[in-house]
Design a protein around this ligand. Structure first.
Ligand code: OGA
Ligand code: NI
Length: 351
């Protein structure tokens, strides 16, 4: 049976806490019994998450692909894309430097450590170490990525190719995000540039998540169930499973498919679409054999952007479900509330 151990208080990062290969999960990572992943009760068929081929967006079948995207946003809140236009070597380069970064010596990694969420480049652990009661089995490097030239000089310079490889990936992901936002706008009957305009000056944030192997994955989460706060998320996963999405009341595993990326709707898109598109609960679980790296790109409004349901989707039969608010106002609530399944959108709802 498990005998909980206290965590080594001298370690800032989980990667260093587990470098001695503990047999048990330290007590601060153990969830109450009612809040554990129930790993045997997970749907493992991939069929429930649509896979959309983006190749057709550039040709005569555009309207068909736009419709597929709209249906996926409406019914699933999650989909996968292939032929997304990001070259394989750019993706491999991104994953390669991510792995190298998390295997640097502790002293080198700690140069980037900060628990101040206002910092635009920082390495941290769990989610919000200052407020949370139970920790998550994750370290993460968070980077602001757009406009690239404003931030790249603060990024780690070790490993050697980090800035070049991550910068290249960011530029490519932004192109993909713009393509998707255009298609999403059209699928709602809006003009192609609507969503990009609604996001103001736009922001692009990236997390590089590192989930070390976990001796007792049934007791903890990499990330517990949550909805993403931003507009859309583009997730790159290495070859290891861990992402799960809540669909029809059941957790569904979204196992990595080579050459595809996972896209999901965040809370801001739910508001902009006046609840036509749904921001859906998802979580990351861990396992006892393999480390896992995932790289979500959060495409966001700028902090001062005024978010409200698009006028063209509201009408007599669909009155606006939300009052207008700035992204900064919303984001502060998200961060302070911590990751939990309760939505931070409730306070902005028109009742
Ligand atoms: C996130 C997230 C999922 C994953 O970082 O918001 O949902 O698979 N990550 O790491
Ligand atoms: Ni998420």
């Amino acid at each position: 049976m498990s005998s909980p151990m206290a965590a080594d208080a001298t370690k800032f990062l989980l990667s260093d806490l587990v470098s001695s290969h503990p047999k048990y999960v330290p007590s601060k990572y153990i969830r109450p019994v009612s809040d554990r992943p129930d790993l045997l009760n997970v749907e493992t068929s991939n069929a429930t998450i649509p896979v959309i081929d983006l190749q057709g967006l550039a040709g005569p079948n555009r309207s068909q692909v736009v419709e597929e995207i709209g249906l996926a946003c409406q019914n699933d809140g999650f989909f996968q894309v292939r032929n997304h236009g990001i070259p394989m070597d750019v993706i491999e380069g991104m994953l390669h430097v991510a792995k190298e970064f998390f295997h640097l010596p502790e002293s080198e990694r700690l140069k980037s450590y900060s628990d101040d969420p206002k910092k635009t480049t920082r390495l941290s652990t769990s989610f919000n170490v200052k407020t949370e009661k139970v920790s998550n089995w994750r370290d993460y490097l968070r980077l602001h990525c757009y406009p690239l030239e404003n931030f790249v000089d603060e990024w780690p310079y070790n490993p050697l190719h980090f800035r070049q490889a991550v910068g290249e990936y960011c530029k490519n992901v932004r192109e993909l995000a713009l393509k998707l936002l255009e298609a999403i706008s059209e699928s709602l009957g809006l003009e192609g540039g609507y969503m990009v305009k609604a996001l103001g000056k736009q922001a692009q944030h990236m997390a590089i998540n590192y989930y070390p192997p976990c001796p007792q994955p049934e007791l903890t989460y990499g990330l517990p169930g949550h909805k993403d706060p931003n507009a859309i998320t583009i997730l790159l996963q290495d070859g290891v499973s861990g992402l799960q999405v809540l669909g029809n009341g059941k957790w569904v595993a979204v196992d990595p498919v080579p050459q595809t990326l996972v896209i999901n709707i965040g809370d801001m898109m739910q508001v902009l679409s006046n609840d036509r598109f749904k921001s859906v609960l998802h979580r990351a679980i861990v396992n006892n054999t393999s480390q896992r790296i995932s790289v979500p790109t959060f495409y966001c409004p700028s902090p001062d952007a005024l978010i409200k349901p698009a006028e063209a989707v509201v009408g007599k039969e669909h009155p606006p479900n939300y009052r207008s608010f700035t992204y900064a106002e919303y984001y502060e609530k998200f961060w302070n509330q911590g990751l939990q399944s309760a939505s931070c959108l409730d306070v902005f709802k028109v009742t």
